[in-house]
Design a binder for this molecule. Structure first.
Ligand code: ZN
Length: 112
């Protein structure tokens, strides 16, 4: 799904629906920890409505969760995720970047 589709899905969530409450609780920022490439890959921070992230479940066609890595999150703010990376993953991380999904998400949240 595209970011726009995921954003529309996010906006349609009903806080009175028990299943929707799960996705609402999992809104936020995520990183993917890639074990085989931990020394060479940069870490991208994603929002839950990113097509790569999908609320921390990854892409639909992705390999088995945990085989090569795991999604870590949600973090409720960028400061929390950046601090987590610095404290817990700093020895592995060459570079941290924010995926373009973050500016998309922040611009949409501001419009509400
Ligand atoms: Zn992203």
């Amino acid at each position: 799904m595209s970011r726009e589709e995921l954003w529309k899905l996010d906006c349609s969530l009903d806080s009175n629906d028990e299943v929707h409450k799960i996705l609402i609780a999992k809104r936020g920022y995520y990183i993917y920890y890639n074990e085989p490439n931990k020394n060479t890959r940069l870490i991208n921070i994603h929002s839950h409505i990113c097509g790569r992230c999908n609320w921390g479940s990854g892409q639909i066609k992705a390999a088995e969760s945990g085989r090569n890595g795991v999604w870590i999150g949600p973090f409720s703010c960028l400061t929390f995720v950046e601090n987590f990376i610095q404290v817990n993953l700093n020895e592995f991380v060459n570079q941290v970047e924010r995926c373009s999904c973050i500016s998309f998400y922040l611009s949409r949240v501001k419009k509400q």
